[in-house]
Design a protein around this ligand. Structure first.
Ligand code: SF4
Length: 106
């Protein structure tokens, strides 16, 4: 391999590695958000907004129940989006709710 060819190969390899690293950082930085139409969300009656829950279908629901005060919430009390054990890698809305809601212990 000629010196100039080798130099080009090394530059392209470095650029490709950086692009892959950049994509993996992007994936880590922005986990996908759950859609209300997702299968798990439908099964659990999940809504992004606790005020939009069908109280006839879920009579135990109260508007004071929201993801941020649920024991499964994986975020701070002020986060708009966070993790939940029910939804794997997908993020859920802090003001949301689903039928698995359980009061966070004090
Ligand atoms: Fe929100 Fe709790 Fe349901 Fe997770 S389990 S979606 S934190 S209400």
């Amino acid at each position: 391999m000629k010196d100039s060819t080798r130099r080009i190969f090394i530059i392209r390899a470095a650029a490709g590695g950086s692009a892959i690293l950049g994509l993996s950082e992007l994936a880590r930085a922005a986990p996908p958000r759950v859609e209300e139409s997702d299968e798990t969300a439908q099964a659990l009656g999940y809504k992004h907004d606790t005020n939009k829950v069908d109280n006839k279908r879920y009579p135990k629901h109260s508007p004071t129940q929201r993801c941020t005060n649920c024991s499964f919430w994986q975020g701070s009390a002020t986060d708009e989006w966070g993790g939940c054990a029910m939804f794997g890698r997908k993020q859920i809305a802090g003001p949301g709710w689903c039928n698995a809601w359980a009061a966070k212990s004090a």
